[in-house]
Design a protein around this ligand. Structure first.
Ligand code: G3P
Ligand code: MG
Length: 295
C-alpha cells in the first residue's frame, strides 16, 4: 500500500511559440461562446487555459464495468472522475456510437463488423453481459446519449475517433460535426483524438473549431510535424513513450502532453513528476483525482 500522492495543481498554460488552432474562445468560462460554424474557423494561436481534468477514465471506466457503456461512466463518476475517454465509430446509417473493436464479437452476443449495421440494430444489443450478469442488457450508447450524460453532470469527454477500417476520414468528419452540434455553446468542448491522421483531417473538415489530439503508440520519425500539421493541441502517447524530452518538445510549442493507459502507481508518479497534462487510466478505484494514488 503506497502513500496517497498529493495531486499538484494543474500547470499554467504554456507559452505559444507558433500558431496552432485555437481551442476556441468558448474554453474560457468568462467568455461567452460565439456561434460556432462547423468549418472554416480561422486559426488563431492556442492561448486558452487547458480545460480538461488531469485524470481521465479510460473507456468510461471500462474495467470495473463494461467498457464504453453508460454504466462504465457512472462507475468512473462514482470514484470521483470528471473526465472520460471513449471510442466512437459510425453505424452503417451514419450514427456515432461507442465501441472499441471493429467487430461486435468480444462485447456483444452478435458477430460481425459493427459498422455494417444500422443504429436501430446496434441499439438493441446487450453490451453488458460479457462483463458480468449484473450488467445484462446494458446497451451500446450513442454519442448523443453520452453527451447528454456528460453535459448534465459537468464531465469532460475525450472522444477517440475509432473508425471502422476504410472509413477513417469520413468517421472523423461525421463524429466531429456531430460533437460540434451536441456541445454547441458549452464551455468545454470534447477533445477529439485519433491514431489515424486521416481521421483528424476529417475532424478538422467536420468541425475545425474542436480541439484535436494525435494518439501515438510509437514515436515514428516525423510524429511531431504530423501533430502540428494536423493542428493538434495535444499529443497522447502510450505511457512508456513519454519522457522529459517529449514533454519539453510539446510544451515548448504550446501543445499538451497526455498518456494512455496508466494503471501502475510508479508510472503515474513518474509522469506526474514530469508535468504530464493528462493521464488516461483504467484504475479508477486506485487513482483518485481528488486524493491521489490510493493503492
Ligand atoms: O485514447 C487512448 C486509448 O484509449 C487508446 O487505446 O485501444 O484503448 O482505444 P485503446
Ligand atoms: Mg480508446
Amino acid at each position: 500500500m503506497s502513500k496517497p500522492l498529493p495531486v499538484a495543481p494543474h500547470p499554467a498554460p504554456h507559452p505559444t511559440r507558433h500558431a496552432t488552432p485555437s481551442l476556441s474562445p468558448s474554453l474560457s468560462p468568462s467568455i461567452s461562446p460565439p456561434p460556432s460554424p462547423p468549418t472554416s474557423t480561422p486559426l488563431t494561436p492556442f492561448t486558452s487555459a487547458w480545460p480538461y481534468p488531469r485524470w481521465i477514465a479510460h473507456r468510461g471506466a471500462g474495467k470495473l464495468a463494461p467498457e464504453n457503456t453508460l454504466a462504465a461512466f457512472r462507475v468512473g463518476a462514482s470514484h470521483g472522475y470528471r473526465a472520460f475517454e471513449c471510442d466512437v465509430k459510425l453505424s452503417a446509417d451514419g450514427r456515432p456510437f461507442l465501441l472499441h473493436d471493429d467487430t461486435l464479437d468480444r462485447t456483444t452476443p452478435q458477430r460481425g463488423v459493427a459498422g455494417e449495421l444500422d443504429w436501430a440494430q446496434l441499439a438493441g444489443l446487450d453490451a453488458g453481459s460479457w462483463h458480468g450478469r449484473s450488467f445484462a442488457g446494458e446497451p451500446i450508447p450513442s454519442l448523443d446519449a453520452i453527451s447528454r450524460y456528460c453535459l448534465r453532470n459537468g464531465h469532460a469527454l475525450n472522444i477517440e475517433i475509432k473508425s471502422t477500417a476504410g472509413s477513417e476520414f469520413e468517421t472523423g468528419r461525421v463524429v466531429a460535426a456531430a460533437a460540434a452540434t451536441l456541445w454547441l455553446g458549452e464551455a468545454v468542448p470534447p477533445l477529439l483524438s485519433s491514431f489515424r491522421p486521416a481521421s483528424l483531417e476529417g475532424a478538422r473538415e467536420g468541425a475545425a473549431q474542436l480541439p484535436r489530439a494525435l494518439l501515438l503508440d510509437a514515436l515514428e520519425p516525423g510524429w511531431f510535424d504530423i501533430a502540428v500539421r494536423l493542428g493538434c493541441v495535444a499529443v497522447v502517447t502510450q505511457f512508456r513513450l513519454m519522457d522529459a524530452g517529449v514533454i519539453a518538445q510539446l510544451h515548448g510549442q504550446g501543445l499538451r502532453a497526455l498518456c494512455y493507459t496508466v494503471n501502475d502507481a510508479a508510472d503515474a508518479r513518474r509522469l506526474l513528476a514530469l508535468g504530464i497534462d493528462g493521464l488516461i487510466t483504467d484504475a479508477v478505484d486506485r487513482f483518485s483525482p481528488a486524493g491521489g494514488l490510493i493503492d
